[in-house]
Design a protein around this ligand. Structure first.
Ligand SMILES: CC1=C(CCC(=O)O)c2cc3nc(cc4[nH]c(cc5[nH]c(cc1n2)c(C)c5CCC(=O)O)c(CCC(=O)O)c4C)C(CCC(=O)O)=C3C
Ligand SMILES: [Fe+2]
Length: 350
């Protein structure tokens, strides 16, 4: 149970920091928006990669390989700017819907500002309510759980911290499914006429180490549910699930790999392939390099036309999905509080 809900924020101390979206800081709703993070310059690639590897520095060869991939997409991934824009826009939409001030606090898993720093700023803002949102649709112990742990550890260092209500996943949210289905239809429509009928759609997500899967992780099931629902919504008859961007570690990784699946398609009569990165919500290295350069090249090698669905980024339809998730989480929280009597001033709902 959530003992912090009964704590009233002090409205006499508006706190420091950026002004919140909305009419003032009274009744502030804080959004802890968490994402993977990306190096802002090539000299940050080494510490970033070391952090991803749990503190073990990469070999010079591995480091150079990663630097070369960033160079191939123009020296830098756009993930940082897109994440900030997503956070700003979801806060604005939620503020509008609630008629309350909403402030986003962005924290990254693998680079500054880290999730712990975002939590520090969130606590200092003394929000009345707080929601935690990881910008990844499917839940895994190798992804969303790590973000949540980073946030929980930082919150535990502040006895007066507000409760943060986390959103675990949104892999089957109807708006998310519809947004991906629209993009699949758009990508199919852009294939050269005559190739559309022979096209196969491959839904991809970042691979995770097989040992994580073997411990019963929901991730592969979530990925397959996303794919099946999008395929149904778009009326697809030929579609697959594949994984991409497997890490350079000694463990086996979850497959099949997207390039492997592409290589098999001509033997099955396919003439074109559409790749839909259903495990990602933004353009970044894994989309712009691993798909747009590597997977495209494999498709060309085996004689297939290639298209990739546009990413969700800060498009209005996806921002609506995120706002909906936050509003639902706040509503559920208020319902729980009302039912338990923790907030007797709240109207009883339901
Ligand atoms: C599940 C998952 C997601 C999806 C969910 C989520 O978004 O959280 C994701 C997203 C991303 N992963 C990214 C980048 C990288 N991930 C790596 C390595 C790894 N990822 C893993 C898992 C995931 N990663 C794991 C278990 C490792 C191995 C760690 C180890 O070694 O023990 C490496 C190291 C080199 C390599 O292995 O390629 C890089 C550079 C970028 C952004 C790049 C940019 O635009 O800059 C994004 C969005
Ligand atoms: Fe990764």
């Amino acid at each position: 149970m959530d003992q912090n809900l009964s704590q009233k924020p002090s409205h006499s101390d508006p706190g420091q920091g950026a002004p919140a979206a909305g009419p003032g800081r009274k009744d502030l709703v804080a959004l802890l928006v968490m994402a993977y993070g990306t190096p802002q310059s090539l000299d940050q690639v080494e510490p970033y990669y070391t952090h991803i590897r749990h503190g073990r520095p990469p070999t010079p060869e591995l480091l150079q390989e990663l630097i070369d991939r960033y160079k191939a997409i123009g020296g830098k991934s756009p993930l940082h700017e897109i994440t900030e824009e997503q956070a700003r826009q979801v806060a604005a939409v939620v503020a509008e819907r609630l008629g309350r001030p909403v402030e986003p606090f962005v924290g990254y898993l693998h680079i500054a500002p880290f999730i712990a720093e975002a939590v520090e700023r969130l606590v200092a803002a003394r929000p009345q309510e707080a929601v935690g949102l990881v910008l990844a649709p499917q839940y895994s112990a190798a992804s969303v759980a790590l973000y949540h742990r980073a946030a929980q550890e930082a919150l535990a260092r502040h006895p007066g911290a507000p409760a943060v209500h986390f959103i675990d996943h949104f892999h089957s949210h109807p708006g998310f499914i519809a947004a991906l289905a629209r993009r699949v239809e758009r990508a199919l429509a852009e294939l050269p006429a005559g190739l559309r009928e022979g096209a196969v759609v491959i839904f991809t997500a970042h691979s995770i180490p097989q040992p994580v899967v073997d411990r019963g992780d929901p991730y592969p099931r979530h990925v397959e549910e996303t794919a099946a629902k999008v395929a149904a919504a778009a009326g697809l008859s030929r579609w697959r699930v594949a994984y991409q961007s497997a890490g350079r570690t000694a463990d086996p990784w979850l497959g099949p790999d997207v390039t492997e699946v592409i290589r098999r398609l001509p033997g099955e009569g396919a003439r074109a392939v559409v790749v839909c990165p259903a495990g990602f919500v933004a353009d970044h290295l894994e989309v712009l390099y691993d798909l747009d350069i590597e997977a495209r090249q494999v498709a060309e090698e085996v004689g297939l036309a290639f298209a990739r669905t546009p990413s969700l980024n800060a498009d209005a339809d996806f921002i609506e999905v995120l706002a909906d998730l936050v509003l639902d989480r706040l509503g559920a929280t208020r319902h729980e509080a009302a039912a338990s009597g923790a907030r007797p001033e709240d109207p009883q709902v339901g």
